[in-house]
Every structure is written in C-alpha cells, then in structure tokens.
Design a protein around this ligand. Structure first.
Ligand SMILES: [Zn+2]
Length: 330
C-alpha cells in the first residue's frame, strides 16, 4: 500500500496514480487480503509451474518451427508468425494461451490453416500436435495453477473461520470459554458479552500499555513497574490466563477441596480393599499349608506301618537265611 502511495507521489500528474490508489480496499478488507495471500503464499510454486509451462511451450514451438512452419503464415499481416525462432516462441506463448483450444485453435481458426484432410500423414501429425498442446498446456498446466491458488485460498479461509470461531467462543484475554460464563449467568453472573466488554476488554489492556509508556518511570507503583518490565521483556505473565473475576475463586477452591476429599476417600477404600485382599490371600495360603501338613502326616504314618510290616516279615524268615546273611555281613 505504501508502494501505491509512493507511486501516487512520484507520478502525481499521471491519472493512473489515482486509480492505483484504489487498491487501498485490499488493506481495508481482510477477505481481499486473503485473496491476495492466495497468490503470494504459493508464489514459489506458481513461479516454478510458470517456468515449467514456458519450457513446455518452448518445446512445442521448436517442434512447430521445424514441422508446421507454413501453418503459422499470417496472411492478414503478410508475415509468418514463425519467421524467427524468437517470434515463434512469442507467438506460441501469446496465442497458444489466449486461444481456448491452444495453438491448434489459433492455426485453424485465426490463421485459417486447418489440418489438411487430403494429406493423411500431415493430418495425423497436426492432430497429435494440437491435442498434445491442448491437453498438456491448456488442460493440465492451467488447472494445476488454478488448483494451487484455490487450495491456498480454501485453507486460508478455513483458518480464518477457525480464528473467528475461537474469537466468538472464548475470551481473548483469559481464554475461558463462553459456556462457562453463560453457566455462571444462571447463578447470578453477567454472562460472556459483559465479561469481554467490561472485565476483559483487550482495548483496555492496550490503553494501559500506552499509559505506562507515557508515564514517567519514577512515578510507577509496584504493579505498574512489574507490568512495564513484563511488557519490555515481551512476557505475557501479567495477563490473566484461565482466571477471571466473574468466575468466583471460592467455588474453585471448594471444588478443589471436594475433589481432594473424593480422592482421599477413594484411596482409603482402595487400601481397605487391599488389606482385605491380603487377609483372604493369607487365609488361602494357611489352608494350603494345613492340607500339605496333613498329607505329610498321612505319608509318615503309612511309612511307619510299612516299616513295621517289613520288620515282621524279616523276623518270620527261616533261621538259616538269617545266619547266612549275618555271616556275609561279618
Ligand atoms: Zn476473560
């Protein structure tokens, strides 16, 4: 915009200068700024696409220069549009882009050199050449460029809408949601609109910063010098974040206390449960051990009776065998 102003000052006598300054509407309208941004943000992509387009058209003009030289004869101006390579490229860029059907449309419609029906070969070559130019340059490249611009515009509009939605549903200063203030209205609060107009009006914050800038630093009170320091260091710690006078702190405290109480109750319950669990586990283990001891006792009793039976069997054995055994032992 400042460029327009400079233009207006330098070329003050030119009527164009006055017209150019009408571009101030861009500065006045956020929607128009988005339109301009839709072209400036993807400028690198657009420039590279344009470069690719130029290269492709140059290749087509080169083919046309050698193959369809006579088809570029402009009989109205009595000059061949492709008399030099440079003129040929120039003509391909201008006429190839301006005529809806590409360079083939220009050759057939404007210059009157349609694909010759009586020469099969040349007809096919022209058909391929004209269609290739139309599809690659007019259909693909142009739509890629449009697509890039429309895509950027769409995403810009989306983020703008999101920002708008956020501005509508949350306080700019404290970030608390509109619903919270509307809930408070039922218990005597003044609602969201009076909150952001009277309590957290961002203009008041700006006015206060300007007031601090204008005030002599030696006359600051404690709060003012703290905030002036914060502003100087670009620290936003002095701006209320998540707190507001309209939302009573007492309730918050109460809620916190209640939450803590509930937590303690839960903890107590959990510990009780766990002690009960331990007791039942111990009882189970006890039962298991008792069973095992009983089993062992039974086994010992059985072993004892087996031993007695064996002793009796040994005593009942014939005396010779007994002696032999004793002799072997000796
Ligand atoms: Zn607020």
């Amino acid at each position: 915009m400042s460029m327009c102003a400079v233009f207006g000052l330098v070329y003050i006598d030119t009527p164009i200068a006055y017209a150019v300054q009408l571009f101030i509407v861009i500065e006045m309208s956020p929607t128009l700024q988005n339109v301009v941004r839709a072209v400036t943000i993807p400028s690198a992509q657009l420039l590279m696409s344009a470069l690719l387009g130029l290269i492709i058209i140059y290749v087509f003009s080169l083919v046309g220069f050698y193959t369809f030289h006579s088809d570029m004869m402009n009989t109205g101006q009595n000059i061949n549009e492709c008399n030099t390579m440079l003129n040929c490229v120039r003509s391909y860029i201008r006429n190839g882009m301006l005529y809806g059907g590409g360079i083939g449309d220009f050759m057939s419609g404007e210059l009157g050199h349609d694909a010759p029906l009586d020469q099969d070969d040349k007809y096919v070559y022209r058909l391929i050449f004209d269609m290739a130019f139309f599809i690659i340059v007019i259909v693909l490249l142009m739509n890629i460029v449009f697509g890039i611009i429309i895509d950027t515009f769409g995403s810009l509009r989306e983020s703008e809408n999101e920002r708008h939605e956020l501005m509508q549903s949350r306080c700019f200063i404290c970030g608390l949601s509109k619903d919270l203030f509307e809930d408070m209205r039922q218990s005597g609060g003044r609602g969201f609109s009076s909150h952001w107009k009277e309590e957290h009006n961002y203009w008041n914050y700006i006015f206060f910063i300007i007031y601090l800038e204008k005030k002599d630093t030696s006359e600051y009170n404690g709060a003012e010098s703290y905030i002036a320091d914060c502003v100087k260091n670009e620290d936003i710690g002095w701006i209320p974040d998540g707190i507001a006078l309209a939302i009573p702190r007492v309730d918050e405290e109460k809620m916190r206390e209640e939450r803590m109480e509930a937590m303690f109750r839960q903890l107590e319950f959990n510990s009780l449960n766990s002690s009960e669990d331990i007791n039942s586990e111990l009882a189970k283990m006890n039962k298991g051990i008792t069973k095992q001891i009983e089993g062992l006792r039974r086994k010992v009793t059985k072993l004892k009776s087996d031993q007695k039976r064996l002793m009796r069997t040994v005593e009942d054995l014939p005396s010779g065998n007994k002696k032999g055994k004793n002799g072997a032992n000796e």
